[in-house]
Write a protein that binds this ligand. Structure first.
Ligand code: RB5
Length: 152
């Protein structure tokens, strides 16, 4: 899968380790930064360009990381067409994609151990949107709001 990944200093180490493992598995990983640890950097500077790439279809899915995953999630969801969520359990990692077509997973570099994060990421990547009528109907309602809010 072609994936975008982005992190501030709070998610930097997690991004490094994750990217390494994803590439070893054959995924194409586009790294939107940060490219070095800078305690003064800001997650929107990396997460927004990555989310825009998801929105434009330049990458299939995105991974947004910061210290808690929360700031990254808030920023990602401001980008049209992005459906991002903080994922900390396996049920949501799968169902978020199957029911809600989650396309950006957010995680915290300071909140979970790497092996748990990795399992959740694999679950997210393995999952596919159901395409069920009720799921499409709900998403259409979200999309309608997104359109209504265009331009503010
Ligand atoms: C950075 O110190 C931290 O605030 C940021 O990574 C993130 O956790 C925000 O949600």
């Amino acid at each position: 899968m072609k994936l975008g990944i982005a992190a501030d200093h709070g998610g930097f180490e997690l991004k490094t380790e994750m990217s390494k493992r994803l590439r070893a598995l054959g995924h194409e990983v586009v790294d939107f930064g940060a490219h070095a640890i800078d305690p003064d950097d800001d997650y929107p500077d990396f997460v927004i360009p990555m989310s825009q790439a998801v929105s434009r279809g330049e990458v299939e899915r995105g991974i947004a990381l910061c210290g808690s995953g929360i700031g990254a999630c808030i920023a990602a969801n401001k980008v049209r067409g992005v459906r991002a969520c903080l994922i900390e359990d396996a049920y949501s990692a799968r169902q978020g994609v199957e029911h809600d077509n989650l396309n950006v997973v957010c995680m915290g570099g300071r909140t979970m151990g790497f092996e748990l994060v990795w399992q959740l990421l694999e679950t997210f990547l393995d999952a596919r949107f159901s395409g069920a009528e009720r799921h499409l109907r709900r998403l259409a309602k979200v999309l309608a709001l997104e359109k209504e809010c265009a331009g503010g």
